[in-house]
Design a binder for this molecule. Structure first.
Ligand SMILES: [Zn+2]
Length: 360
């Protein structure tokens, strides 16, 4: 069985290795050497994602997590308070996704130590997940033969399984008006900030419907109090569990920008909408769901099927024909300095993962 103390030590050790997106080398070295010590053959693809394999009997299974964290994520000081691990409040904890990596390593250690039979195991530890699933987009899928698996990268308890996830379009816009002295000749100017305001009030934003959300999360523009602002940049996103709705609302964005362009022919307004990942929905009856359900039942937990509002490496695995579902890793409040890991829940993650590897 998974060992709580060993698991907690692994988690704390990994949390103390800084790995903000783009700086995953130290984490890579640590997990690669641990995997090699367990008998895995470790490869790196052209993006330096870690792909490790151990032969076994039966249908191969993919176990995945990511190596990077968000900021502020340097010099993290984990503090254990009973069953809960937190940061000292000045950084994230990095439980996202160090808990996921620790869960996989603990389960692999338990099973390989036992000498028992297990499935052929394929591990993918990706880089730059937090940078917009960059690592998994570069993953060398020719190295993987598994058709199902688990992505250890969800919030909450391990029985929370994301069977549906949204698609995301990234929206960036540039609005260029004309600068002029604000006090001397404002009539010669064309304020990009006012144009942006006009556009923003017309875009569908927030929760559009049960399955669809939109946000402009960053606005940048203007130079000085006394200059009519020439340039504004907008940075946002659209998400939907339904790819058709994502298209429809992207067109709606397009229409609002087209109309602004028509109203202000001397402004220069550009809009760029790019898809970063596609939605997926896996049937409750899918074998990958049943596999996780059995591993949970083995430790007395009941599966909870959920639709998530966030994308993960799982979306891209789906695009490559691998049904690897995200499960909870015992961590709450991802991407905040309040992030915490519940050690007993992390342990449940390792126990569930053990069942997956054993092919229960
Ligand atoms: Zn994550």
């Amino acid at each position: 069985m998974a060992n709580r103390d060993r698991l907690l030590k692994t988690l704390i050790d990994l949390i103390q290795i800084d790995s903000p997106t783009g700086e995953e080398d130290a984490m890579d070295r640590e997990v690669s050497s641990r995997l090699e010590a367990l008998g895995f053959k470790v490869h790196h693809d052209s993006f330096n994602n870690v792909i490790a394999k151990l032969p076994g009997a039966g249908e191969p299974v993919l176990l995945s997590a990511h190596l990077d964290t968000v900021e502020p994520g340097r010099g993290i000081q984990p503090v254990l308070d009973g069953d809960v691990l937190r940061s000292d409040g000045t950084t994230i904890l990095g439980g996202d996704c160090k808990s996921g990596v620790s869960i996989v390593l603990e389960a692999l250690t338990t099973v390989t130590e036992s000498g028992d039979k297990h499935l052929p195991i394929e591990v993918a530890f990706t880089r730059a997940e937090e940078g917009g699933l960059v690592g998994v987009h570069h993953l060398d899928f020719s190295q993987l033969s598994a058709k199902r698996g688990v992505v250890f990268d969800g919030e909450g308890a391990v029985n929370r399984v994301s069977v549906a996830a949204p698609s995301q379009n990234v929206v960036t816009a540039q609005i260029r008006g004309r600068s002029a002295h604000a006090g001397v000749e404002p009539e010669k100017g064309l304020s990009a900030i006012i144009l942006a305001a006009e556009i923003l009030t017309q875009l569908p934003l927030g929760r559009i419907d049960q399955e669809t959300t939109a946000n402009i999360g960053r606005i940048e523009g203007g130079l000085k109090r006394n200059i009519i602002p020439e340039l504004v940049l907008l940075d946002g996103e659209l998400r939907s569990l339904d790819n058709a709705k994502l298209d429809r609302y992207s067109q709606e964005f397009q229409r609002v920008f087209d109309q602004a362009r028509a109203r202000h022919p001397d402004a220069e307004i550009t809009l760029d909408i790019r898809n970063t990942y596609q939605a997926y929905r896996v049937a409750d009856s899918h074998p990958a769901v049943a596999m996780i359900g059995r591993a949970l039942a083995r430790i007395g937990m009941e599966i909870r099927l959920e639709a998530t509002g966030g994308g993960s490496d799982a979306n891209v695995f789906q695009e490559h024909g691998i049904v690897a579902l995200p499960v909870g890793i015992g961590v709450e409040s991802f991407h905040t300095v309040r992030e915490s890991a519940v050690v007993s829940q992390v342990l449940q993650g390792a126990e569930m993962c053990e069942g997956i590897i054993r092919g229960v």
